[in-house]
Design a binder for this molecule. Structure first.
Ligand SMILES: Nc1nc2c(ncn2[C@@H]2O[C@H](COP(=O)(O)OP(=O)(O)OP(=O)(O)O)[C@@H](O)[C@H]2O)c(=O)[nH]1
Ligand SMILES: [Mg+2]
Length: 477
C-alpha cells in the first residue's frame, strides 16, 4: 500500500542512520584500543553520536484554516488507526500549533501550554524546558475513543474580553479581520492553549519523525517561533491549498514571506492542492475532470511561482476513507500515493545527503587527526628500527671482537699451561736433586767424615776438646 512508501523509505533511512551510528561507535572503540583517543576527541565523537541518535525529520503542514491539514496528516500517517485521529471538521479546528512526536522518556500524552503564557516573554522552546508549566493529559493508544476525545483539546477555545485578547497579542484593534471575529457582546474567542505536543508511540514517530500541524495562517504571524524556527528548519513543508477556493492573496503572502522566499530552503517545499474530489462531477467525463485539475494546478503554480511538478492535487478525505476501507481504486483516485512518493523520495534523499555530509565532515576531521598521530608514530617507530639495526651491527662487531680476544687469550693460556707444566717437571727434578743432596743419610755421612777428620787432627787435642766432642755427638745423634 502507498502508505508503506513513506514508512518503508523512512524505516530504511532509520536503519542506515543506525548502521552509521554503529560504525562510528566501533571506530571510537578502535581508537580507544589503539590509545588514539583523548577526552576532547571522545567528547567530539559523543556529540556526533548524540546528534545521530536525536536526529529528527521535521515535516510541517501549513495552510489557511480548513484546507485539510489535519485530514492530510490523518490520511498519510494515522489511517491504520481506522478513524480520524486528529480532529478535522468544517471551520476552525486546530487552534494551536500541534507537534506530534515520540519521546520514550515521557508518558504517552498530550501536553498543552496555556495561552496565558503569552503574557510572559518566554518562547515555546523555553517553555519546553519547564514541564511544570504544561497541562498533561495521558491516554492509552489502544483506547481510540478516549484518545480522540483527548485530542479535541487542540480545538478548545475560550471567550475573553477584547482587552485580554489584546494583552495576549491575539487582537489588533486596527485589523479589520480581527474586528470581524468579535462576538455580538464585544468579546472574542481565543485558543485555550498556546502550543500542544502529542507524545505518541507511532512507528514512524519512534524513528524520529516529527509532524507539525499548524492552525490557520493568521496564527503563523502571532507565534514568531513558527516563522523564525519551525518553518525554516523543517525538512519538508507541505503548503496546502484547496481546489474549491483557489489561491487567496493571504496564501500567496504567507507562501512568499515564510516558506518559499530566497532565504528559505527550496528543497522539500511542496504545494498540495487538496479537495480535488470537489471536482469529481458525475455528470462530467474523466477527461474533463482531469482538464479541470490541470487548469487549477497551472494557475496555482503561476501564482506561487512554482513548477507544476511541485504541486500535488489530492483528496485527503477520500485518501483517508480509502485506506480505512481498504479501497485501492479510491486510493488511486485520491492521488495521495503520488504525493507520498514524491515526499518520501525527495525528503529521505535530501535528509540522507545532509546527515551524510555533516557526519562525513566531522568524522573526516577525526580520521585525519588519528592519521597524523599514526604517521608520527610510524615515523618514531622507523627511527627506533634504524637505531636497533645500527645496534645490531654493533653487537655483532663487539661479539666477533670478543670472540677473537677470547681465542687469543685461550691460546696464550694454553701456551702458558704448557710452559708451566714443563717448568714444574724441571722444578720437581731440581727439588729431588736438592733433597738428595740435603738428605739425612748424606748429612750423617758428612758429619761422620768431619768428626773422624777432626779427631784425627793433631793440633785440636786441647783442654776444650771434651765439650766439643760432646757437642758433636749431641748434634749428630
Ligand atoms: N471534500 C473534501 N473535504 C475535505 C478534504 N480534506 C479535508 N476536508 C474537510 O475539510 C474540513 C477541514 O479539514 P481540516 O483537516 O480540519 O482542515 P485544517 O486545515 O486542519 O483546518 P484548521 O485546523 O481549522 O486550520 C473538514 O471537514 C474535512 O473533512 C478533501 O480532500 N475533500
Ligand atoms: Mg486542523
Amino acid at each position: 500500500m502507498a502508505e508503506n512508501q513513506i514508512a518503508h523509505q523512512f524505516t530504511a533511512y532509520a536503519q542506515w542512520r543506525k548502521a552509521l551510528f554503529d560504525s562510528i561507535s566501533e571506530y571510537q572503540h578502535w581508537l580507544t584500543e589503539q590509545e588514539l583517543i583523548d577526552s576532547q576527541i571522545e567528547k567530539h565523537i559523543q556529540h556526533i553520536l548524540e546528534k545521530l541518535r536525536d536526529d529528527k525529520l521535521n515535516v510541517a503542514f501549513v495552510a489557511e484554516f480548513s484546507r485539510g491539514k489535519s485530514e492530510l496528516i490523518n490520511a498519510i500517517f494515522f489511517a491504520d488507526y481506522g478513524q480520524r485521529m486528529l480532529p478535522s471538521s468544517a471551520g476552525r479546528t486546530t487552534m494551536c500549533p500541534t507537534e506530534l512526536l515520540y519521546d520514550a522518556a515521557l508518558p504517552t500524552s498530550l501536553r498543552l501550554l496555556p495561552i496565558e503564557t503569552r503574557l510572559l516573554d518566554a518562547t515555546t522552546s523555553e517553555y519546553k524546558r519547564r514541564p511544570e508549566e504544561w497541562t498533561i493529559f495521558e491516554f492509552n493508544i489502544k483506547d481510540n475513543e478516549t484518545m480522540q476525545e483527548t485530542f479535541k483539546q487542540v480545538s478548545r477555545t475560550k471567550r475573553v474580553s477584547v482587552e485580554d485578547a489584546e494583552r495576549y497579542g491575539l487582537y489588533d484593534p486596527n485589523s479589520a479581520d480581527d474586528a470581524m471575529n468579535l462576538n455580538a457582546d464585544g468579546s472574542i474567542d481565543i485558543p485555550c492553549w498556546r502550543y500542544a505536543v502529542i507524545n505518541f508511540p507511532h512507528p514512524l514517530l519512534e524513528q524520529g519523525l516529527v509532524i507539525f500541524d499548524t492552525p490557520g495562517l493568521n496564527a503563523i504571524g502571532t507565534e514568531p517561533e513558527l516563522t523564525l524556527n519551525m518553518l525554516p528548519n523543517a525538512h519538508a513543508v507541505l503548503f496546502i491549498l484547496a481546489a474549491d477556493t483557489g489561491v487567496t492573496k493571504s496564501e500567496i503572502d504567507v507562501w512568499r514571506q515564510f516558506i518559499s522566499g530566497v532565504r528559505f530552503k527550496q528543497k522539500g517545499r511542496f504545494a498540495v492542492l487538496n479537495k480535488i474530489d470537489g471536482l469529481w462531477d458525475e455528470l462530467k467525463q474523466d477527461a474533463e475532470i482531469e482538464k479541470e485539475i490541470v487548469k487549477q494546478v497551472e494557475s496555482s503554480a503561476s501564482l506561487l511561482g512554482l513548477d507544476t511538478q511541485h504541486i500535488f492535487p489530492v483528496s485527503a478525505q477520500k485518501g483517508l476513507l480509502a485506506r480505512i476501507n481498504g479501497d485501492e481504486k479510491l486510493l488511486t483516485q485520491s492521488r495521495l500515493p503520488l504525493l507520498e512518493k514524491a515526499l518520501s523520495e525527495e525528503l529521505m534523499l535530501s535528509k540522507k545527503d545532509i546527515v551524510r555530509s555533516n557526519t562525513q565532515g566531522e568524522i573526516e576531521e577525526l580520521i585525519n587527526n588519528a592519521r597524523t598521530i599514526l604517521a608520527a608514530r610510524t615515523l618514531g617507530l622507523g627511527d627506533q628500527l634504524e637505531e636497533l639495526k645500527g645496534l645490531r651491527g654493533k653487537n655483532e662487531d663487539v661479539i666477533a671482537h670478543m670472540m677473537s680476544k677470547v681465542k687469543t687469550d685461550k691460546e696464550s693460556f694454553d701456551k702458558g699451561l704448557q710452559q708451566f707444566q714443563a717448568l714444574r717437571s724441571i722444578f720437581s727434578q731440581q727439588a729431588n736433586q736438592l733433597l738428595t743432596l740435603l738428605g739425612m743419610e748424606v748429612l750423617k755421612e758428612q758429619v761422620k767424615t768431619t768428626r773422624a777428620t777432626m779427631l784425627s787432627a793433631n793440633f785440636t787435642k786441647t783442654s776444650e776438646m771434651p765439650w766439643m766432642c760432646s757437642l758433636l755427638k749431641l748434634k749428630i745423634v
